[in-house]
Design a binder for this molecule. Sequence first.
Ligand code: PLP
Length: 363
Amino acid sequence: MNPVSATQTISEPEKQPGSTLAIDLRSDTVTRPSPEMRRAMAEAPVGDDVYGEDPTINKLQARAAEIFGREAAIFVPTGSMGNIVAVKTWTHHGDEVIIEERGHIHQYEMDSITAIAGCMPRTTYVEDGILTWDRIEPLIRPKVYYRAQTALVSLESSHNMAGGTVYPPEVSDEICDRAHDAGLRVHLDGARIFNAAVYLGRSVAEITRKFDSIMFCLSKGLGAPVGSMLVGSREFIEKARVYRKLFGGGMRQVGVLGAAGLIALEKSPARLHEDHANARCLAEALAQLPGIKVDLRKVQTNIVIFDVSGTGRTAAEISAALAKRNVLANPTGKYDIRMLTHCDVDRAAIDRALVEFRALLAA
Ligand SMILES: Cc1ncc(COP(=O)(O)O)c(C=O)c1O
């Protein structure tokens, strides 16, 4: 969507008060809707979605279900709401949810698993973020009435804080099969599942077919301004609708958002390979810089996490210095910085960011 190169000015209507020409690599959530999305939003046929009468959101939900090969889907305002609605739908108070230690739902959603669903996260750390059944099985509680019970396994693909790593389908398929045999449900935090599918060269339907529920975001790599989807069986989605309402997520003429979501869903997956190529180019160049370490095996999608300890400066110091040079990136640890590529940065912007980084380290 209208990539902004390092030298270009932002054309109307994207130019907004306060916007700068910073190369914003903090997240793929920072993208702004394309002119096509804005037009579609303005012109969307709408109705009251609490009554199920919004034609645009109904179309988006039907299309999402079709693309994932499932019975039904429901629009939610955020990925966080999609995740907690799924957890709440699959669990009871006092249950446990198995999740990788750095999972977004555990670390960055205010521990809604505990705060809202009344469950306990049961976590384990895996270096590349990719759980395997042998790591999950020992965490399952025995079925004894005075023990807490395990209800759900939640996987994340691509795994944000592990650097955008992707579940090999045979690994997630095995987890789903074994979990089902053990009477557990498996939810996928697929905020960036389209990036995972592009990396694997498979369809999202194929790589998610064994999960009980899938959350994916329209507002990340796909470039929509707002919104995520939950996908699953008709029965699951009908229960999810009740919890979405309970959590304050029953929306009215939400087709104005759904219209942008439809464009994101139909058009954006076809261009994600560009973001991946830009991330790889960024990572390979960063790996050449003095004092910077990048694990290139983990650069599979649009996320690059790198270690700056060899520069003698902290991630916060480097990020602050980069920001002064109009390159924005978030520290994710004392010596780790994360950069994400997306539709609003093109190769020229990546090259410009690298020029600034080199100059900063040389200064
Ligand atoms: C992996 C993952 N899951 C869920 C979310 C939550 O999405 P939202 O910010 O829309 O609540 C994010 C947001 O960055 C994410 O990276």
